[in-house]
Design a protein around this ligand. Structure first.
Ligand code: NAD
Ligand code: ZN
Length: 361
């Protein structure tokens, strides 16, 4: 199945299917990368033993010269130190302007390798080869970044890939907790834009959780499609793209206050999406029942919906106001009007948010 992100000259295909790693060679060639180009695969220590050799073999069979670099797994690798190490390896491997960086892994590898591609010689070609469910989100849209000790994703760029090659069979080896976290973003794409998709996700939750291959491909396809449509309409986040932040202003604050350890990103935004629904109902902008249905859906996919243990609502509010998506210190929140329809509200009453958080905690 092939989707396209439409961005004029920088448009690119997202290819989704079972067993695509083996076909990577011809697909890269079709995406315009000549086999004379050097390829530099960045991956992590968990993914490398599972899929690196398969990918390398497929690329070498097409005539590409392939170099690779394996990073430690986890968010800590999105750092300036690891960025420098990857750059050093890329320079030593002799990459030139015609070379391409491939990200084989989840969002961490994608964000880091993407930032390397965006900055190596002022930007070379980039290919995403996602291996997590969450990466259906992170691999589409061209946002790439590393973290600074003072904040997440503060050093980054917009750098669109030439191709997203999504082999859905790789999802099978993902730990269950990562699977749930990935579904959080799939559900988010439904909650933002498509009530019919949400109903389908509710009806098929059990089979999807068991990773039924056909249903999984459909879910990933539709999730990518929602994101791709929004990105095509608003590449650099002037307006619609902000809608993708449903649950994220709360979520980022939870992640930060839990020091990125007890809650992962998907878990944090799951709780955040519930809170957003509750705030929306309280403000009278969402129909009654939106919060209940949101919570039930998230639970079907083993996601947490309860207030994070021990967090102080006042502290959460403070961190939310520092989020880089906040403008001029005013709290802007994406809130649902209904299931499948959200809107950005630029000046939400802080007292109301605080009172909803106090009830939950
Ligand atoms: P991740 O890359 O850390 O992967 C999660 C874990 O699963 C890691 O331990 C990894 O080694 C392991 N893993 C990956 N694929 C596997 C497989 N197939 N089998 C077994 N284990 C596997 O995390 P993630 O959840 O994919 O991504 C989170 C990151 O994505 C965050 O840094 C977040 O900021 C970023 N992100 C970026 C965007 C964007 O638009 N750029 C959007 C959302 C999230
Ligand atoms: Zn997210």
């Amino acid at each position: 199945e092939i989707l396209r992100v439409e961005l004029g000259e920088r448009s690119y295909p997202i290819v989704i299917g079972d067993g695509l790693l083996q076909q990577a060679g011809p697909m890269l060639r079709e995406a315009g990368l000549a086999p004379t180009s050097k390829l530099f695969v960045v991956t992590d220590e968990n993914v490398a033993p599972l899929y690196l050799q398969t990918l390398k073999t497929a690329l070498e069979a097409e005539g590409y010269a392939v170099h690779s670099f394996v990073i430690a797994s986890g968010e800590q690798s999105k750092s300036l130190a690891v960025y420098e190490a990857v750059m050093t390896a890329a320079i030593s491997a002799g990459l030139d302007r015609k070379s391409a960086v491939l990200a084989l892994g989840g969002g961490v590898v994608g964000d880091l390798a993407g930032f390397v591609a965006a900055t190596y010689m002022r930007g070379i070609a980039f290919v995403q080869v996602p291996t997590t469910l969450l990466a259906h989100d992170s691999s589409v849209g061209g946002k790439v970044a590393i973290n600074h000790p003072l904040g997440k994703n503060l050093i980054g760029a917009f750098h669109q890939p030439r191709l997203v090659l999504y082999d859905t069979s790789t999802i099978r080896s993902l730990p269950e907790r990562e699977r749930a976290a990935g579904f959080a973003e799939v559900l988010k794409h439904g909650l933002i834009a498509d009530e019919t998709f949400v109903s389908w996700l509710e009806a098929n939750a059990e089979k999807l959780w068991q990773l039924d291959s056909e249903l999984l491909s459909k879910a990933i396809y539709r999730g990518c499609e929602v994101k791709a449509n929004i990105v095509s309409a608003d590449e650099t986040e002037q307006n619609q793209r902000a809608l993708l932040n449903l649950g994220h202003t709360f979520g980022h604050a939870f992640e930060a206050l839990c020091e990125y350890s007890t809650l992962n990103h998907g878990e944090a935004i799951s709780i955040g999406m519930c809170l957003a629904a509750k705030v929306a109902e309280r403000m009278g902008i969402a129909q009654a029942g939106v919060h209940d249905r949101t919570r039930r859906l998230l639970r079907q996919y083993q996601l947490p919906t309860e207030w994070p243990h021990k967090l102080d609502p006042a502290k959460v509010l403070e961190v939310m106001k520092r989020d880089k998506k906040a403008v001029g210190g005013k709290l802007a929140l994406v809130l649902p009007r209904a299931i499948g329809a959200v809107e950005l509200f630029s000046q939400v009453d802080e007292e109301l948010i605080l009172s909803v958080m106090n009830e939950e905690s």
